[in-house]
Design a binder for this molecule. Sequence first.
Ligand code: IPE
Ligand code: IPE
Ligand code: MG
Length: 238
Amino acid sequence: MPKNFYDKIPTHVAIIMDGNGRWASKKGLPRVKGHEAGIDAAKKVINIAGELGIKYLTLFAFSIENWGRPQDEVSYLFSLFDKAISLYSDELIEKGVRVKFMGALSLLPENIQQGIAALSSETANNDKLTLVIALSYGSRQEIVDATKAIALEVSQGQISIDDITIDTFRQHLYLPELPDPDLIIRTSGEKRFSNFLLFQSAYSELYFTPVLWPDFDENEFDKALLDYSNRKRKFGKL
Ligand code: IPE
Ligand code: IPE
Ligand code: MG
């Protein structure tokens, strides 16, 4: 268990797991070795989140823009995801983790689509920790998709324009039941969202660390959670 006792624990932590390639390059290794090490870091964070009683953990694993990377890297990443799904499914099921995926999932290779559908349904009744993997995910695309779905409902007379509220909009996001993230962590020193949860992050607390994702461990997670526990959230009020 982490050494610190926190004043408050976030309900939903979302992480932009960045810096795998730089981690590998620094060690003179091919970039893909960084992705391999990144999977181990993700596993650690999932376990800690479960132990701490965090209810939702969202991991940004592959952005819609990441499709533009060299074909070799993309294929290797998907072979790693495939392996990780078969290796860790049983453990996730056993630990009571409910796994959900969000993104443009129809773009994924067929074997990955099958693997994630199976894992989602096998874990659907778990309720300890909800793990959301953002895969082939782009927030602008999500917002446009929601807008299109709402426009269709209006054009078919199912709802009127006046029925469109923030809540209606939320109900058309990929995972409507997912609460907004309380804390968003980005590793590797970059300070940007890179098309991640733009609607949902309106009042999220942000934590940036120069640590590269494969080096993000229990101690680093502990620091982020401690920092969060000392924030004063105001939501525009006094
Ligand atoms: C994050 O690490 C993982 C993915 C985007 C898939 P990067 O691959 O972006 O690593 P850097 O940023 O090049 O170091
Ligand atoms: C964001 O990292 C996406 C993931 C961590 C999956 P990137 O490495 O793709 O972001 P940019 O290109 O530096 O903004
Ligand atoms: Mg990167």
